[in-house]
Design a protein around this ligand. Structure first.
Ligand code: 5GP
Ligand code: ZN
Length: 135
């Protein structure tokens, strides 16, 4: 499969690796949104969050917490976003699951946001019926 993150995970394409274990790598993003932007990726190919096994999802979150804590102190940022995109419409460009750790600074140019909407009574009731007690 022609997947850039599979190639990074198995060493075919070089990357700056900050952490590695049997399941995951954490690397520096080649096109950083800000100083210190890092990516966690599983060594095995899963296209997105929906495909990622639950056991790996749990391990990924623990590593992201640890790496974010180290980043936060090392680069002296003033905030940090954890971002994870699924699907082209949601901004995913590499279709191998990954999590972004993006340190934030007062003068950075990162844009992550949305206009705050309003939850109608109809949507609230419909969504609650669709989603509550389903996991
Ligand atoms: P996505 O948009 O899929 O959530 O994020 C993909 C990320 O992968 C982008 O931030 C992009 O800069 C990064 N990226 C793409 N190709 C490479 C690469 O070859 N090496 C590294 N280190 N990062 C990459
Ligand atoms: Zn892959």
């Amino acid at each position: 499969m022609d997947c850039i993150f599979c190639k990074i995970a198995n060493g075919e394409i070089p990357s700056t690796t900050l952490y590695e274990d049997e399941n995951f790598c954490i690397i520096l993003d080649i096109g950083p949104a800000s100083y210190g932007h890092a990516l966690l990726l599983p060594k095995k190919h899963y296209a997105n969050l929906f495909e990622l096994p639950e056991e790996l999802a749990g391990k990924a979150m623990i590593l992201v917490k640890k790496m974010s804590t180290v980043l936060n102190e090392a680069v002296e940022c003033e905030g940090l976003n954890v971002v994870q995109n699924n699907g082209e419409l949601a901004g995913q460009t590499v279709f191998h699951f990954h999590m972004h750790m993006i340190p934030r600074y007062k003068k950075d140019t990162v844009k992550i946001g949305w206009k705050i909407g309003k939850l109608s009574d109809e949507d609230r009731d419909k969504l609650a019926e669709l989603l509550a007690d389903k996991i």
